[in-house]
Design a protein around this ligand. Structure first.
Ligand code: 3HC
Length: 283
C-alpha cells in the first residue's frame, strides 16, 4: 500500500482519489479550506455510491475504501507521500503556486500535475525538483475511463516515467507516454472534433441532435460532440482550445462562434444547467 496525496477536490481530484482508493492505496485528499473538507469526503463517497449501484463493489468494500481516505486542509499532510498528484483548477498560476508548496513535502516521492493542456516543462520551470515532476492526465469520469496520458517534461527523469507508468498500470488503467506538446494527444484530437462539430452547427449543416446522432451511431462514440462538450464544460473546452490555438496558431483550434457565445452567456454545460443542451428542460 502506498500513500498518495491528491490536491484538489473538484471532479478530477475526487475522481482520482476514488480510483486510487479502489486500487488499495491510502489517500490524503487536500481541500482548499477547512470548510470544503466535509464536501470533499462526501463527493468521494458519492462516487463510490455509483459503483455500489452498478454492483461493482459492495457497501462493505465501499466502507473499507473510505476508511483509507483522510481529508485535510493542510498541505503539510502530504508529507511522506509516494505520489503527490495536483488536480486543482486549470490555471497556470494556481497550479504553479500549489506545486511549489507541495514540493516542500515531497521526500522521495513523485510530484505529478493532472493537466489537460498546460505545458509540463513550463510548470517545471518554477520547481526545484524538476526530475521527479511529471504530467498525469486522467480522463473524466476518472473511475471509469481506462487510459492516462503520461507527459514527460524536458527534465523528467526516466525513473520518474517508469515509476509513474507502474503506478498508473496498478490503478487498472493503461498509461501512454506522450511528449510535452500542445494538447498532448487526447485534446489535440478531441478539441478539433468538438470545434469542427460546432462549426458545422454554426454553418447550419445539421442540428446538434443530428450531429450527435451521427457521431454516436456512425462513429460509435458513447456521446456526441455536443453532449461531450456539455459534460466536460464549455468553458473548459474553450480554454483548452485557446491554449492550443495560442501555441500552434492552428485555426482549427480557434473556438467556433457558438462556443464563444455559450461561454459569454455563462451556459457552461451540465454544471450550469445549460450548454448546447438545456438540462433543466430535460428533467
Ligand atoms: N465510480 C464507479 N463507477 C462509475 C462511476 C464512478 N464514479 N460513474 C459511473 N460509473 C459506472 C456506472 O455505474 C456504470 O456501470 P455499469 O456499466 O457497470 O452499469 C458505468 O460506469 C456507466 O455509467 P452510467 O450507466 O451512469 O452512464 P453511461 O452508460 O451513460 O456512461 C459515461 C456514462 C461513462 C460518461 C459514458 O457516456 C462515456 O464514456 N462518455 C464519454 C466520456 C468521455 O469521453 N470522457 C472523456 C472526456 S475528455 C477528458 O476527460 C479530457 C479532458 O482533458 C477534457
Amino acid at each position: 500500500m502506498a500513500k498518495i496525496t491528491v490536491i484538489g477536490t473538484g471532479t478530477m481530484g475526487s475522481g482520482i482519489a476514488q480510483a486510487v482508493l479502489s486500487a488499495g492505496h491510502e489517500v490524503t485528499l487536500i481541500a482548499h479550506s477547512q470548510k470544503s473538507v466535509q464536501d470533499a469526503a462526501s463527493r468521494v463517497g458519492a462516487g463510490f455510491d455509483k459503483a455500489v449501484s452498478a454492483k461493482a463493489i459492495t457497501q462493505e468494500q465501499k466502507s473499507a475504501m473510505l476508511s483509507r481516505l483522510s481529508v485535510s486542509a493542510d498541505i503539510a499532510s502530504a508529507y511522506g507521500s509516494d505520489f503527490i498528484i495536483e488536480a486543482v483548477s486549470e490555471n497556470f498560476d494556481t497550479k504553479e503556486g500549489v506545486l511549489k508548496s507541495a514540493e516542500k513535502y515531497l521526500g522521495s516521492g513523485i510530484l505529478a500535475t493532472n493537466t489537460s493542456s498546460i505545458p509540463i516543462t513550463q510548470l517545471a520551470a518554477g520547481l526545484s525538483r524538476k526530475d521527479v515532476f511529471i504530467g498525469i492526465h486522467f480522463f473524466n469520469p476518472v473511475p471509469v475511463m481506462k487510459v492516462v496520458e503520461l507527459i514527460n517534461g524536458e527534465a523528467t527523469s526516466p525513473g520518474t516515467i517508469s515509476r509513474s507508468f507502474e503506478f498508473v498500470s496498478k490503478l487498472g488503467k493503461t498509461p501512454v507516454v506522450v511528449k510535452d506538446s500542445p494538447g498532448f494527444i487526447a485534446n489535440r484530437l478531441l478539441m478539433l472534433f468538438i470545434n469542427e462539430a460546432a462549426r458545422a452547427l454554426d454553418h447550419g449543416v445539421a442540428t446538434k441532435e443530428g450531429i450527435d446522432t451521427i457521431a454516436k451511431l456512425g462513429l460509435h462514440h458513447p456521446m456526441g460532440p455536443f453532449e461531450l462538450a456539455d459534460f466536460i464544460g464549455i468553458d473548459v473546452c474553450n480554454d483548452i482550445m485557446l491554449e492550443i490555438f495560442r501555441r500552434t496558431n492552428d485555426k482549427g483550434f480557434e473556438p467556433a462562434e457558438s462556443i464563444k457565445k455559450l461561454v459569454k452567456e455563462g451556459s457552461l454545460g451540465r454544471k450550469s444547467g445549460k450548454g448546447f443542451y438545456d438540462y433543466a428542460a430535460r428533467v
